[in-house]
Design a protein around this ligand. Structure first.
Ligand SMILES: NC(=O)c1ccc[n+]([C@@H]2O[C@H](COP(=O)([O-])OP(=O)(O)OC[C@H]3O[C@@H](n4cnc5c(N)ncnc54)[C@H](O)[C@@H]3O)[C@@H](O)[C@H]2O)c1
Length: 349
């Protein structure tokens, strides 16, 4: 068999897990989440330009596999992502992902990258960007309920972007809390491991729920939530998968990414389909109000939207040329004569 060298047109920059980790260490994890949150903010501010659709979900008994596409007219992006809460029992992750950017003018891919780690960064960057907008003034303590894969990223982004200096951890699995506390040692955050969710919420102005269960769960009950807090609800992100008691939703001002998707997947699937919500992009552009007073409970009903992945992909694409942290991947067949694909195959015999 003849081996033909791929042409430049065949090659697409591919960021492996190894290169992604090197990139994050090169930039710094907090700095990279801050950079991604700036990209998300600037993309949310041009919200109306984007193609938007609720993500395309394929549900099974054990989990979900989703495709998340969007385009700003010049660049197209999508992410493949799964959510399988029982995976960790078998030594697998709940969430894994990869993503792609393409040039709209030619349709040619311009970046393929791991996104399991990048999703954790973009999710935390989005949470912290929103907390900076909505949390009460001077918020500096966060309760972190659910201490799995996302939890350290959430904590560090909230430190770098929203200004917290203390995180109070709780998980039904003490080993998860111990892991998170150990990983955050030396981060500059005061870390307190707690025995109950109530204890974790003592003195917290920001409450993050980031648990994984494939069913309606009640991580926060109504009596646990006092006035004036900001709730960052991450784990309720699928039909039938929520974390908050409905009574909390009725007491909160609710903020969402894209209502058409959140009404299917978020905490608000528990409410009437016309319950009032505010879109984050409108707060960022000044078209809608954020927090209106110190007593208000603000709730970010986060499910994760395609534009956040697009922003993270754009950010990575802008970093790799200078750092060289990618492999040129022989991804696209490139015959000398574009119509002679078969001839190219024949010559490879
Ligand atoms: N909104 C978004 O953009 C977004 C993005 C990524 C992941 N997620 C969701 O975030 C959640 C967490 O993801 P992960 O990768 O960290 O999952 P993970 O499985 O690694 O961690 C989840 C943790 O929650 C704990 N937990 C389960 N029930 C609990 C309870 N009742 N009280 C306290 N802790 C409890 C588990 O013990 C586990 O440690 C998942 O539901 C995932 O689908 C959302």
């Amino acid at each position: 068999m003849t081996t033909l060298e791929p042409s430049d047109k065949a090659l697409v920059p591919f960021v492996s897990v190894d290169h992604m980790m090197k990139l994050i260490h090169h930039i710094g994890v907090e700095q990279m989440m801050t950079g991604i949150s700036d990209y998300i903010e600037s993309d949310f501010k041009r919200w109306e330009l984007f193609d938007k659709t609720p993500r395309v979900a394929s549900h099974s008994e054990k989990g979900v596999i989703e495709l998340m596409p969007t385009s700003d007219g010049d660049v197209y992006g999508f992410k493949y992502v799964n959510g399988h809460p029982s995976n960790t029992k078998d030594g697998l992750q709940t969430v894994t992902a990869f993503g792609l950017l393409a040039d709209v003018a030619t349709g040619y891919p311009v970046l393929l990258t791991e996104m399991t780690i990048l999703t954790a960064l973009r999710t935390a960057a989005t949470s912290a960007l929103v907390a900076r907008l909505l949390a009460p003034k001077g918020a500096h303590v966060m309760a972190m309920i659910g201490n799995g894969a996302q939890s350290e990223f959430q904590s560090l982004a909230m430190k770098a972007i929203a200004g917290i200096d203390e995180v109070r951890l709780y998980d039904i699995d003490k080993a998860a809390t111990a892991k998170c506390a150990a990983n955050l040692a030396g981060s500059g955050l005061k870390v307190v491991a707690c025995e109950t969710a109530e204890e974790a919420m003592l003195g917290a102005q920001i409450i993050t729920t980031c648990t994984a269960d494939k069913q309606y769960a009640t991580i926060l009950t109504d009596n646990m939530i006092g006035s004036g807090v900001h709730i960052n609800a991450i784990g309720g992100d699928c039909p039938g998968k929520t974390e908050l008691a409905p009574a909390i939703l009725h007491r909160s001002e609710i903020f969402v990414e894209y209502p058409e998707q959140t009404r299917i997947e978020g905490e608000i699937q528990q409410l009437d389909p016309d319950h009032a919500v505010t879109e984050i992009w409108q707060v960022l552009t000044g078209q809608a109000k954020g927090r209106s007073d110190d007593k208000q409970i603000t709730l970010f009903d986060s499910v994760g939207f395609a534009i956040e992945d697009f922003s993270a992909l754009r950010y990575v694409r802008d970093q790799i040329e200078e750092t060289g942290l990618f492999h040129p991947l022989d991804l696209l067949a490139d015959p000398d004569d574009p119509r002679d694909l078969f001839g190219m195959l024949q010559r490879a015999k």
